[in-house]
Write a protein that binds this ligand. Sequence first.
Ligand code: ADP
Ligand code: ASP
Ligand code: MG
Length: 454
Amino acid sequence: MIVMKFGGTSVESAEALDRASGVVKSRLDQKPIVVVSAMGKTTDRLVEMARAAAAGDLSAALAELQEIAEHHHREGLASATANRRAGLEAFLDGTFARIEKRLRDLPVGDLSPADNDVLLSYGERLSSAVVAEAFFRNGLPVVCFDSRTVIKTDANHGAAQLLPDETAAALTAHVAPLLDDSVVVMGGFIASTLDDITTTFGRGGSDYSASVIGALLGADEVQIWTDVDGVMTADPSLVADAHRLKVMSFGEASELAYFGARVLHPATMAPALEKNIPIRVANSRRPDNEGTLIVAEAPHTALVKSIAYKEGITIVDVRSTRMLMAHGFLARLFNVFERFETAVDMVTTSEVSVSLTVDRTDRLDEIIAELEGVADVERRDNNAIVCVVGDGIRNTPGVSAKIFTALDGILIEMISVGASRMNVSLVVDENDLEEVVRRLHQAFFSQIDKEVFA
Ligand code: ADP
Ligand code: ASP
Ligand code: MG
């Protein structure tokens, strides 16, 4: 059995759905379970719709909903067989009427995380139904399954934590028996609590859903079908001559995803790693291309495998001549971030100051107000983290020297060599980001090892 996950672009239109059907059909002998994202940019639109409704702008919310509805009707009806169109249309009309009612009933003011999850969940609920119709029209023996009935989580809305035992039991009881005769299509990203309250894994979480299902059902491979050829040496939208990685380790892929490479959700690797199930990232437009294989051990012949970046980073400088050397200062400092539920990404220290980075700033004013009791605090917005990742960094001296040489003349705000010694991360001004990524790419990938890169 394999799990095949198709991202938003890979299911965005009737044409894309025919392509996805073909990819699944050619792998039917491997007994695929298919996990799908919302169609195209639907989740972005649902986010906007929910925000507008909660802000009291119902007409903006309904206009957004109208766009989503038109897209699903147009592409969905074109994907269905003639005699199933009426049924699909009734399903779409009913679903959009329910969303509209929810919007009208939504309390104005604070959008609760639970309401937000319900609204966002419609993307995958709609797409799984539409994908199933396309598969049926293409002759696949399809069953559409509501993931929320089997993927179980806690009630941490927007970033739900999996309940592995309950999920494994439900998948084994309800999904596994279908696999002999059918292709099961399920929405990624969405789940529910034991009381059947809808939850989500957070943006980009369909990759994680696929990995969870693969791990719990013991798949031979988890395949992430997306809009690029695989994991590349840098984001191809920034570096046009990026190379595809043929193979990389779970650790490298996790590190890369954590530091911003959108191609994989950072949580994706953990379930696969635990059961040692390979993950393959491949292009749904070029299905014959082998993509990138992610496994426990990858060749170490290449020093660096890829460069990731994260924009929208804020540096917080905390200076305290009196306090810094005192024991317990760092503990107290991080305790403040902990209390305001703000994750810290990177930290550097000197004798009199600590610099750290955050990517969420919604509670930063409160944090700074609290810290100003014991230190001088400066906040610097519009920075970016750039991260050079590779297992080989561990055993090879000179990586930092190569980075500094490549970045001659550019101001580096912070630098850190990860404890995993699998990455070197830098913080630079957002305006320098493209230049920094291009120069590093040039430094590390102008000559490539054919065993590792395509
Ligand atoms: P999907 O909708 O299929 O989940 P995403 O948009 O989430 O697709 O992820 C694919 C995108 O990730 C690519 O279009 C690419 O711009 C971006 N990306 C960032 N870093 C990398 C990288 N190192 N390798 C490949 N793609 C990357
Ligand atoms: N549809 C969700 C999102 O856009 C989940 C996903 O595509 O992975 O974030
Ligand atoms: Mg994605």
